[in-house]
Design a protein around this ligand. Structure first.
Ligand code: GTP
Ligand code: MG
Length: 199
């Protein structure tokens, strides 16, 4: 299989509703996870651009559905984050509604990349979102982020804990990727996965 090379990246548009999203019939890969988990950083790393998606030390930066067109052949979608505790309830619910509407109605969504911060124990917001994905049969994979912040021992211990708790409710594990946007790791495997599943 030839390697997927990101030759062209362009921002297409930001939308609040699925009906406003780009209409070209192209496969889409979307990224979400708890606020501040590192979605925009990961997208920048995957695309090899430093400032494509806006990153921030303050959670809740991405509040829209952002479509990027890659190689004129597929869309990469930066979704808002969920579960940011300091956001007012109504805002938080609005973000969640936006994400859920997108994943349920995006007709050409090939796969959702759900990002989880490997440093933390499984969070309630992630657990609930995972249940929603399962119930609605949304295709997803997991990306554990910020692996540079832990030692190898801590990494494998946390990963095992996640796997164990996933297997409490799931029959089998989804594909799992590990990444560090800081150390630039995880990119190849994510690109290989996209290449392999591009239709
Ligand atoms: P929202 O859009 O606000 O929900 O956040 P996000 O998920 O897009 O996260 P973003 O990429 O903006 O990163 C949040 C913070 O985490 C920033 O301060 C990043 O520099 C930092 N960060 C992201 N990825 C990594 C990583 O792999 N390692 C380390 N050490 N820090 C990271
Ligand atoms: Mg973001």
């Amino acid at each position: 299989m030839a390697k997927l090379i990101i030759k062209q990246v362009s921002f297409v548009k930001s939308s609040t509703r699925i009906k406003d999203c780009p209409t070209r019939p192209l496969p889409e890969y979307a990224f979400t996870g708890r606020s501040n988990v590192g979605k925009s950083s990961l997208i920048n790393m995957v695309c090899n651009r430093t400032k494509l998606a806006k990153t921030s030390g303050t959670p809740g930066k991405t509040q829209l559905i952002n479509h990027f067109l890659i190689n004129d052949s597929w869309y990469l979608v930066d979704l808002p984050g969920y579960g940011y505790a300091k956001m007012p309830d109504r805002e938080r619910q609005k973000m969640m509604r936006m994400i859920k509407e997108y994943v349920l109605k995006a007709e050409r969504l090939v796969c959702l990349f759900l990002l989880i911060d490997i440093r933390l124990k499984m969070q309630k917001a992630d657990m609930e979102f995972l249940q929603f994905l399962g119930k609605n049969q949304v295709p997803f994979v997991l990306v554990f982020t910020k692996t540079d912040k832990l030692t190898e021992t801590q990494l494998s211990r946390n990963l095992e804990q996640y796997k164990t708790s996933l297997l409490d409710t799931w029959e089998s594990l989804p594909d799992i990727f590990m990444s560090s946007s800081l150390k630039n790791t995880g990119r190849e495997k994510i690109l290989d996965f996209i290449q392999k599943t591009l239709v």
